[in-house]
Design a protein around this ligand. Sequence first.
Ligand SMILES: C[S@@+](CC[C@H](N)C(=O)[O-])C[C@H]1O[C@@H](n2cnc3c(N)ncnc32)[C@H](O)[C@@H]1O
Length: 281
Amino acid sequence: MFDSRIIMGDSRQMLEVEDDSVQLVVTSPPYPMISMWDETFAKVSATSFDSMHEYLRAVWIEVERVLIPGGIACVNIGDATRTVDGIFRLYPNHSRVIEVFERLGMVTLPYILWKKPTTKPHYKGKGAFLGSGFLPPNAYVTVDMEYILIFRKGPLRSFEPKDPARYESRYTKRQRDEWFSQVWTIAGTRQKVEGVNRRVAAFPEEIPSRLIRMFSVAGDTVVDPFLGTGTTAKTALIHGRRFIGYEMVGELESIIKAKLGTWAGSVAWRRRALVDPTTVG
Ligand SMILES: C[S@@+](CC[C@H](N)C(=O)[O-])C[C@H]1O[C@@H](n2cnc3c(N)ncnc32)[C@H](O)[C@@H]1O
């Protein structure tokens, strides 16, 4: 009997996960209005900012359902900038996600800003600088941060005094000071996945690794409903957590297995078809 499972299927219905059974969700969804994810959203006929967030909402409903009272969800998401109908503007994905979680009754906690150090010059013709060079007022601020939003289902989780798993999972003072500060400066991951003709915006292992150690204890169950290359799975297993993940792109199974290495053998694998969108409320 395996404690950990990876389901190659659609997380809008996490049929394999019982209500109130998961201590932590760590995930990064496809980002609405970022062009690399247009195709993913188009597959489920989500083509506008609103409809893309409607699509993600179906997964956030499942996240709330499966979390235990006191369970935590960490959602890494970036805002998008895009020109639509000739107008350049910001699409604030993070605020849409906060709104949905608030409506689901979850408690919004202080979030982390993940800053990726960039070597790009801000104004060298093709740099990250957007707008009119050195002339005010029509230039735009560069988006170089992503959010790690943090939500809790209901009141604080309670533990028996001196709970051994909790004590075994403690972090150091140095880790606490660094991890619980609001800005994390961590380099991104190389985005091209060998052998698969698509880009997967994998986050570096440091991100789920910290979140798992901050917000769960050994033996807890961690879920990632947007597994991608399996980064959350690998770090959860390394830190002695049980893991359940969903990924709907079948080609990624071999990439996930490669990332898990020897851990792949301790996970039960399952394939299931895409959810019929008409059955998702
Ligand atoms: C931003 S990527 C996640 C990257 C991941 N954190 C990593 O480190 O590799 C989002 C993933 O969610 C998957 N996805 C999108 N909608 C899904 C759904 N309804 N169910 C399961 N997976 C989904 C996409 O195929 C993509 O691989």
